[in-house]
Write a protein that binds this ligand. Sequence first.
Ligand code: CTP
Length: 405
Amino acid sequence: KIGTVAEDLGYNAYVVGGFVRDLLLQTKNLDIDIVIEGNGIRFAKELARRLDGSVRTHEKFATATVILPDGQRLDVATARLEYYEYPAAMPTVELSSIKLDLFRRDFTINAMAIHLNPQHFGTLIDFFSSQNDLRERRIQVLHNLSFVEDPTRIFRAIRIEQRLDFHITRHTEKLIRNAVKMNLFDRFSGPRFLGELKQILSEDNPIPALRRMAQFDLFQFLWPDLRPNLKIDRRFVHVLTQAGRAISWFKLLYLKEKCEPWIVYLLAIYSRSRIRELINFCKRFELPEKLEKTLVRQKAAADRIARDMLHRPHMKPSEIYWLLQDLDNEGLLYLMAIARKKHIQQAVSRFVTELRKVQPLLSGHDLQEMGFTPGPLYRTMLNHLIETQLNGEITDKKTAREFIL
Ligand code: CTP
């Protein structure tokens, strides 16, 4: 359908980037990026009209997102012929729009397209020997200024390398090292780097990527405060590994609650630092204020609780309950990661799977029926009730009533 709509408008349509890469690697990728030689916005509107979808346009960038009735999203961009800013680049005259569009991308393996117009449907377009790089599992840039143009690509290179088990070529490695030396980072916006970091910390196992980042000296940029004590040493790896275990454990519980692994990892990275340093990080990468507050609160509480619990292997269920009830899921998993004793992890596990689900056997309504006037006293009574329930002293409504009376 995409190809037909483009054809009818006199345009060429291509699917490009990660989708093509993953198609050739036979891995799943649901992000579809379309490039149009022509007017991308006009195309997107027409496609949405014919497929009963909706469309969001960004005129400034000549891009649009089409959302189909089944929820599938298509990102549409316009390939335009423009002068290439760098004199060292290929002569512009030689480039068709799609070629120039692909040439501006991050790595050769992401710079392939598949033609979608009916007569050419399925034709793979590979100007830069990308298939070869894919076969050889190589990550390399298309031109030497790639990282200068966009230093977030350094993080992308590392993420893709670790995720797909590829390797960054020597030349591209050198370009990364040069870009790091040039200290280009300050000129670029915090949120874009944060986006990349979030993606790295959301991988199944981010530790190899973190090691790679350390090799490229990127920690000094990400975590300048941590420089003296943040090394990929045993303790650091241990805490991150524990964080990974806690996250996998939590996922296996199939709870409907949300938990963002990248937050757990970020807290784990800051486990040996002071709150001040975490705040500095938040400011530097312009985290939303609400998120900054949450992070700080979780770290402060979990660090304190970890110390508190260290020498208390025999806590009553109610003690565990009151201590842990203010932590979010991320804070709980972080606590598991930094715990130096098994009993702490067991307590958190028990809290998540069992204790925190305990509801008081009586409701406010019950209390009213028993003759109590509604007010703040209710909370206190119900808290007392929960406490006895948690410790297994009360298990039915009748005894609960007697207890309250
Ligand atoms: N891209 C780029 N430079 C960037 C980011 C993206 O050139 N800094 C290009 C790449 O060609 C990439 C495409 O834009 O393939 C789409 O970007 P994105 O959806 O972020 O990445 P994918 O490669 O599609 O997917 P993944 O996140 O799985 O790597």
